[in-house]
Design a protein. Structure first.
Length: 188
């Protein structure tokens, strides 16, 4: 509340003086359409929710300026607490306690500087794929062009003895069919 009081004194100095005198705000004031009033030295919004069951903070939120550094830090804290959700979620969370003058622009400004959001929303580079080899494009019999790969060693128990075994993987380049063979140390 101390920080909110300082922000309001700095940004809304003339409006605070008028409200302390119990006078009406001028029509060219940014705040006049919010029907503000003073509550314990803090500016709160009037509004039409007096008869609702909501808490006092929700019915009459505190008014803060979107251009102040304190508001930016508050926006960032709420944005991080909400796991980097967007403008609408941050703004709706704020409306439970605060009313930010030019709130959307203020939140957008903070979210635009958020590094994890920039990284997550950054367009990925599109790599151009290499052309397919001619062997994959021409019709041919299965396994006419083959790729071979070995996997292992695997350990197999034969009787009481443990032997090493490998897997030979044959891949057809045309049909992408796979053939597996088990090889022992004797064949390798």
């Amino acid at each position: 509340m101390i920080w909110v009081r300082l922000v309001q004194k700095k940004i809304f100095r003339s409006e605070l003086e008028v409200l302390r005198k119990n006078s009406a705000l001028s029509s060219n004031s940014k705040m006049s359409r919010y029907n503000p009033f003073l509550d314990d030295g803090l500016i709160r919004l009037g509004g039409r929710l007096q008869c609702s069951d909501h808490s006092r903070e929700q019915r009459h939120p505190l008014l803060i300026a979107g251009s102040h550094r304190f508001t930016e830090l508050l926006n960032l804290q709420v944005h991080i607490r909400l796991h980097h959700f967007g403008v609408r979620f941050v703004l709706s969370e704020f409306l439970t306690e605060f009313w930010i003058v030019i709130g959307r622009q203020s939140i957008k400004r903070v979210l635009h500087k958020c590094l994890p959001c920039k990284i997550a929303n950054n367009p990925r580079g599109q790599q151009i794929e290499a052309p397919l080899p001619a062997d994959r494009l021409r019709p041919s019999r299965p396994f006419a062009v083959t790729g071979i790969e070995f996997a292992g060693p695997l350990y197999a128990k034969v009787g009481r003895e443990t032997q090493r075994a490998y897997i030979a993987l044959f891949t057809c380049s045309t049909t992408r069919a796979v053939h597996l063979e088990i090889c022992s140390d004797d064949y390798c």
